[in-house]
Design a protein around this ligand. Sequence first.
Ligand SMILES: [Zn+2]
Ligand SMILES: [Zn+2]
Length: 104
Amino acid sequence: MGMFDSVYVECPRCEETAVAQSKGGKCLLRVYTLSNCPDDVLSDVNRHSPYTCRECGCEFRMDGKTRRTIELKKEGCDDCGTRVTKLFKVNGKYFCFDCVGGQL
Ligand SMILES: [Zn+2]
Ligand SMILES: [Zn+2]
């Protein structure tokens, strides 16, 4: 188990809070937010990205320049092609709610 710092980030869509880990700083188990973390911590805050929001399921990463989270664009359902806001990831592919049942 290594040491790391934690950075609280907000889902760009629903503002649910997630915790990102960073080993970019001194790793003193400090807790920051995206707006107040030091640059060296910020530089590694995407080490586990993309993050998936527990609440709405969208995937996002952190943008170091603006110190905001940005949602990753997704193409749509890999099966029927429908563009929906909530896609389910199965074996590296994305499916809409209607199609995911057949993949599990
Ligand atoms: Zn969300
Ligand atoms: Zn579908």
